[in-house]
Design a protein around this ligand. Structure first.
Ligand code: ZN
Length: 251
């Protein structure tokens, strides 16, 4: 662990327009299985996180069957109903209870793709990064900490909908590393003690607290799945590979 470690926010580059952004990212994320949100009486609102837990097809099917057996409303459920649902789910699937957040996606990644001209990186959603096999190979070769990959189940859409051409192969970056920003802790990110709703602050000058960084090359800060942080080592690999459609911003 270097003392002068520099960190970067890995994400999309700045696009000149929405059209340019859409053209560079011809994909749409699909989450077929997810937990309901919670309707919280204290917040007087519905809460759902944007977390994603990548489990295999079989476990995801189990989750889906349990959800269907409960005949849940389209929108959020009450807190006590959510808690009993999660207990049942954890027992049946062995997914740790703490991962069963309101709204969490519990499925392998799926997506729709509009054309064949896919860049090395695609960004269907903030913090959600899909890459080509060449990017995956370069990162895997470096034996990095805190990153794994899962293949995205892609289908053609739009003008390509009935195409018999093979869909491009893309891999989702699964981020396993963790750290906290200076000044953040579980208390500061918890906006409501009743439903556990979290709120992420990404100030002007966010700094990773190196004493609360697990040493991973790829990690989330403050449990925020919308922002991916990487080390200099990762940036160097990506720069060296001259990959397209990504940006590493110094933080
Ligand atoms: Zn609440």
């Amino acid at each position: 662990m270097e003392i002068n470690e520099v960190f970067y926010n890995l994400g999309s580059p700045v696009y000149s327009s929405d059209v340019a952004m859409s053209r560079a990212n011809p994909v749409e994320y699909i989450n077929p299985v997810f937990l309901p949100g919670i309707y919280c009486p204290k917040c007087n609102d519905l809460w759902a996180s944007s977390s994603r837990v990548r489990i295999d097809e079989t476990v995801s099917k189990k989750v889906s069957d349990i959800l269907q057996s409960h005949n849940l409303p389209d929108f959020g459920v009450q807190l006590d109903q959510f808690q009993s649902l999660c207990k049942e789910m954890a027992l049946a699937t062995n997914i740790p209870l703490k991962m069963l957040e309101p709204g969490v996606d519990l499925c392998p990644p799926e997506g729709l793709i509009r054309n064949t001209k896919v860049k090395d990186f695609t960004h269907p959603f903030p913090g959600l990064i899909w890459v080509k096999g060449s990017v995956k190979a370069s990162l895997e070769e470096a034996k990095l900490q805190g990153i794994t990959f899962v293949k995205v189940n892609l289908k053609w859409t739009g003008k390509m909908k009935n195409s018999t051409e093979a869909v491009p192969e893309l891999w989702e970056i699964v981020v396993n590393g963790k750290a906290w920003l200076e000044g953040s802790n579980l208390e500061t990110i918890t906006a409501c003690s009743m439903c556990g709703r979290t709120e992420f602050l990404w100030g002007k000058n966010p700094k990773v607290d190196k004493t609360r960084w697990d040493g991973s090359d790829v990690f989330y800060v403050d449990d925020n799945p919308n922002i991916v942080i990487v080390t200099e080592k990762v940036k160097e690999i990506l720069d060296y590979g001259k990959f397209t459609n990504f940006d590493c911003k110094t933080i």
